[in-house]
Design a protein around this ligand. Structure first.
Ligand code: ADP
Ligand code: G6P
Length: 480
């Protein structure tokens, strides 16, 4: 297998699979969590590219291998100390809360910053090893923001794109970061910097202006009309590229699958209405708030526990970090309390699972749910919302969606709510449930409009528009 000489390399903190050790000591690979992996997997498969990333456990350095779908995986080893300083520390206790508008307070720690720099340097070494002369390297997300700058120094022959999968905060918030100049310099090593939304790109351009850089034009979507011109003459494109899913993989239910959906409904006791939440267990997702809204509606009698059931699927995430531990225990306490107050033995009113489910089963959950509750306080895009919509090509169902999810820009036919205001979540949920009973044809129309939006703006369009703009930006930048 040729490990070197790859013309198309994606580099992300995580590989699409995690290395797991079975109880008997043997190893296996399981799908890794999160929207980045969901979105990029089909893109890599269509390019037959190379994916550089961490295999999900500390101190493991498996040999590179090709997946059945033809993607070359190149694992990067993180030591236990990298895991603490780079991953848990700087990436997820500094940048994650800062970029999600301080839902919790970020910690600024010099040792974590040093670990972040070290690990970005190591990723650069690995990429330099596998990338062919003149290759396109697409760097992903907040864990690797120094990588474009390091690669530009090390391999000036490469075309380098960068995409941020989470929100980019206002310049006023970003200014808190003690290493703000270095981080921006790192990003400016790219030929094109992409964000989900124009608002994110505008925040970045405003920050660049405040740092005294020459910014020309304004951000737009799926094209590049904004540039930053560096004193040395190179220009960098900046644009918005709303990420999506492989929508066709979620549509078209077979007769057998429809049977599975009906069976799942029966297993839940055939309630009149099923409400669903699907998230990584992260404090940004607003899981506790949606449970509280549900509890208050049961409390006042607006919802009847004999008629309505809530299913919450939660994937474990960043489990050693304090804010994640606290969120999990509050969520689990709320589930216990709500069932204690409103359920009958053998008939829970909230079904909760703290494990990932297989994609084929997740499709059935989505299709079964009458109302999908997606209530993050802040989310770059939220692919769960798009997956739900993609599963409802028959026009059934309703989506309750936070105004603070990037997906709200595209899914305007959802029932929008403000998760900071419990009354707003309650109202959106009740309105959606009522409309399913009272105005079914309007609801079908709303869902089909969203379904069309997601189908026509799928992840292939996202990658094609980013990579097309990257080629243009590289030509313009080099010619400048
Ligand atoms: P994030 O990237 O912050 O986790 P997204 O909503 O963008 O949020 O993406 C989450 C991805 O993880 C989706 O593709 C979704 O299907 C998947 N996912 C979330 N929870 C589960 C679960 N309990 N089981 C299986 N997949 C899940
Ligand atoms: C979000 C981030 C990804 C990350 C994923 C899962 O989608 O944007 O970069 O991989 O969450 O988080 P984890 O910390 O488990 O990689």
């Amino acid at each position: 297998m040729s490990e070197r000489g790859n013309d198309f390399v994606v580099v992300a903190n995580r590989l699409p699979v995690d290395l797991e050790t079975r109880p008997d000591g043997s190893h296996t690979w399981t799908p890794s969590p999160g929207g980045l992996v969901t979105a990029l997997s089909p893109v890599l498969e269509s390019h037959q590219g190379c994916w550089v990333g961490w295999p999900g456990v500390a101190d493991a350095a498996p040999e590179p291998f090709r997946t059945d779908a033809g993607v070359l995986l190149h694992p990067v080893k993180l030591t236990e100390s990298d895991f603490e300083g780079f991953y848990e520390g700087f990436s997820n206790a500094t940048l994650w809360p800062l970029y999600h508008d301080l839902i919790v307070t970020p910690t600024y720690d010099r040792d974590w910053w040093h670990a972040y720099r070290e690990v970005n340097l190591r990723f650069a070494d690995e990429v330099a090893e596998v990338a062919a002369e003149g290759a396109t390297v697409w760097v992903q997300d907040y864990q690797l923001q120094l990588l474009p700058g390091i690669l530009r120094q090390k391999r000036p022959d490469l075309t380098i794109g960068f995409f941020l999968h989470i929100p980019f905060p206002s310049a006023d918030l970003f200014r808190q970061l003690p290493w703000r100049e270095e981080l921006v310099r790192g990003l400016l090593g790219a030929d094109l910097i992409g964000f989900h939304l124009e608002a994110n790109a505008r925040n970045f351009l405003e920050l660049a202006r405040r740092q005294g850089l020459d910014v020309q034009g304004e951000a737009s979507t799926r094209e590049v009309t904004a540039h930053i011109r560096l004193p040395q003459g190179r220009t960098i494109g900046v644009g918005a590229f709303p990420i999506s899913i492989a929508a066709k993989d979620f549509a078209a239910f077979t007769g057998e699958e429809k049977g599975d959906v009906a069976k799942l409904r029966e297993e839940l006791g055939s309630p009149q209405r099923i409400i669903l939440g699907v998230d990584r267990l992260d404090y940004t997702k607003g899981i506790l708030q949606r449970l509280t809204a549900f509890e208050e509606l049961l409390d006042t009698g607006a919802l009847d526990p004999e008629e309505v059931t809530l299913v919450q699927l939660a994937t474990p995430s960043r489990e050693r970090l304090d804010h994640y531990k606290a969120t999990r225990s509050k969520v689990e306490e709320a589930v216990g309390r709500i069932n204690g107050r409103f359920a009958r033995v053998g008939h829970p009113v909230v079904h909760y699972q703290h494990r990932g489910v297989a994609k084929s089963l997740l499709r059935c959950y989505y299709r079964m749910a009458d109302v999908m509750l997606v209530t993050p306080f802040k989310d770059g895009m939220n692919l769960v919302a798009k997956e739900y919509v993609a599963c409802h090509d028959d026009g059934s169902g309703a989506l309750v969606l936070s105004e603070f999810a990037g997906a709200a820009d595209e899914l305007s036919q959802a029932y929008l709510c403000n998760p900071f205001d419990i009354e707003s979540v309650k109202a959106a949920l009740l309105n959606a449930l009522k409309a399913l009973d009272d105005a079914p044809s309007t609801m079908t129309q709303r869902m089909l409009t969203m379904h069309q939006q997601v189908t026509e703006h799928d992840v292939q369009l996202w990658s094609q528009s980013f990579l097309g703009c990257l080629r243009q930006a590289e030509e313009q930048g080099a010619g400048a």
